[in-house]
Design a protein around this ligand. Sequence first.
Ligand SMILES: *[C@@H]1O[C@H](CO)[C@@H](O)[C@H](O)[C@H]1NC(C)=O
Length: 334
Amino acid sequence: MPPKFLRSGVLLRLLVLAALIALSLYVFEKRNVVSLPQKPSRLLPKEFYRQISPLTYKYLLNQPDLCNNRNPFLVLMIPVSMRDSDSRTAIRKTWGQPNLVPHVDIARVFFVGKPGQHDPQLEEDFKKEGMTHGDIVQMDFLDTYHNLTIKTMMIMNWVANFCRSADYAMKIDADIFLNVPYLVHYLQTKPKHNYITGSVITDGRPRRDPNSKWHLSEELYPDNAFPPYVSGAGYVFSVDLAKKISMASKFVRPIPLEDVYVGLCLHFLGIQPEFAWTLMPYRNLFEVYRLHYDRCTFAKRIIVTGFTPKNLMDIWTDFKSAATSCYFSSLVMH
Ligand SMILES: *[C@@H]1O[C@H](CO)[C@@H](O)[C@H](O)[C@H]1NC(C)=O
């Protein structure tokens, strides 16, 4: 005998209702016509490409041998400014430390531009820090918010040249919490080519308000929508993409929004970023909102945003016990 709700026709009514909702969503979507950029077929004029071309800038500090004689499973690439030594220290002591996951080689590199003001003491300390840790790469472009696209392309170019032996690379901001064991576990079953994941944004649009931090003029970007892109807070990709994205940048006009720019390069390459979520319960593994710290909540995310160096250090000791006390006992950290 079927359950009562089937007999009474409630299920049928629910199905009709669901179909109506789906139809109205479809009609609503159709009304919002979005225009995505055409795939460019010609190389950029020199004056546009020069801004992001790796040939325009020199290395002031490089780690060309970082990936020699090893093939890291993952290379973590963290854009920071010269002044962010507290962030670098916190990252080295928390999610950026080597040997966090037994038998999995993970490399770490910080990417720095040139500071706006000359500060001999700061530069001296920075140089020492670079020598001590061997994990800083610096290029001679001005390190500003609007130059982050240059920095991201420098990161792509660096991996493509000096760390092709890695399986995956991750661009991650310094103010992020990263659950390395979970990420490593997650990537075990993922493709090693043409793969990129993170917090995927599918409904991004340019802001035309000149006072917005994300302002984009119609001259620079005439279309009214962005192709899908991954939030710049933290995204992971198979290392082959670094070279492909660098190549695509010869065709795609630079805009000062670095994550959207990577999305435009992916659009040019015909590559879709992949969502990283779990169902039941629904969860975005790349959490681009702040979350109240709880060991087992964080154990089930790959990234969480909004961390000062002190916050990171404060939760780390407690978070380490998540491996044994939450649910993935096989992923034990040292
Ligand atoms: C970006 O860097 C270049 C090269 O250092 C510099 O000339 C330019 O002023 C910078 N742009 C911004 C917006 O900071």
